[in-house]
Ligand binder design. Structure first.
Ligand SMILES: N#Cc1c(-c2ccc3ccn(Cc4ccc(CN5CCCCC5)cc4)c3c2)n[nH]c1N
Length: 239
């Protein structure tokens, strides 16, 4: 998978060279390309924003640099591309969308700042490419970069060869059809600051352990995410 990240703060993406995503890049599973939007400006101050038509607070990102940026994206690779635009007004990002994006050959992330990107850029790109406007959640960030870090990590970990044990993806919270939150985890030492590991986990009785874990997961899901528990089924597993 090729990833192109376009931002006026390209250094925001340095963390992607670390850990799992960094390993996927080194292994050649991901081709990561970070671009500074200002390379497509031509004035002395590398201006990327201007005042909004119709008035209102803040500034809006000018369309010209983005237009030239997407022209360059096309010139750099013939891979069919999907444009991902983080925005507070976007489709909520979830595991299902992460799986959808993991199927694509190339993702181009357009990171806005200020009050966002001139709408004509979105309209123009929507006519030429698949474009998805995505929101990380119902809270306000200052730009799209943090959302891109989260989306890239969520997508890359789903790519074949990235996770050592792909079967573990099927048991995670929010995996398709698996709608329970994770059960609590424990490791050595068996007692820590007078807190012992639940006895059942030391029993070696795998059926009882599995049942205990399912009960803890259901209990936690009912408590924290009742919206995920289907009372008809009661076990939080999808149909
Ligand atoms: N993904 C994601 C996000 C983002 C996100 C993503 C991309 C950009 C680009 C710029 N910003 C800043 C910003 C912040 C608020 C508003 C809304 N206006 C506020 C003033 C009155 C009118 C409406 C617009 C632009 C961004 C924020 N925030 N939260 C998420 N889950």
């Amino acid at each position: 998978m090729r990833l192109d990240l376009i931002s006026i703060f390209p250094d925001y993406f340095s963390p992607l060279q670390l850990s799992l995503v960094g390993k996927a890049i080194t292994a050649g599973l991901v081709d990561l390309n970070v671009h500074d939007l200002r390379q497509w400006t031509h004035d002395r101050h590398h201006t990327t924003d201007d005042t909004p038509y119709g008035g209102g607070a803040g500034m809006v990102m000018k369309p010209e640099p983005w237009g030239e940026a997407f022209d360059a994206m096309e010139e750099q690779s013939a891979l069919p591309l999907t444009v991902v635009v983080p925005t507070p007004a976007g489709r909520p990002f979830d595991q299902a969308l992460a799986y959808e994006l993991a199927e694509r050959q190339r993702l181009v992330f357009a990171c806005g700042r200020y009050e966002g990107i001139d709408q004509r850029v979105i309209d123009h790109c929507s006519e030429k490419y698949e474009l998805i406007e995505v929101s990380l959640g119902d809270y306000v960030l200052n730009g799209g970069e943090v959302a891109v870090l989260a989306i890239v990590e969520a997508v890359v970990r789903l790519l074949p060869g990235v996770i050592g044990n792909p079967a573990s993806l099927d048991e995670e919270s929010h995996a398709p059809g698996h709608r329970l939150l994770e059960y609590p985890n424990y490791t050595k030492p068996p007692v820590w600051r007078d807190r012992a590991v639940p006895e059942i986990l030391l029993s070696g009785n795998h059926a009882a352990i599995a049942n205990w874990r399912r009960e803890r997961a259901l209990e936690r899901t009912r408590e924290r995410r009742p919206d995920l528990v289907d009372d008809d089924i009661g076990n939080g597993f999808g149909a």
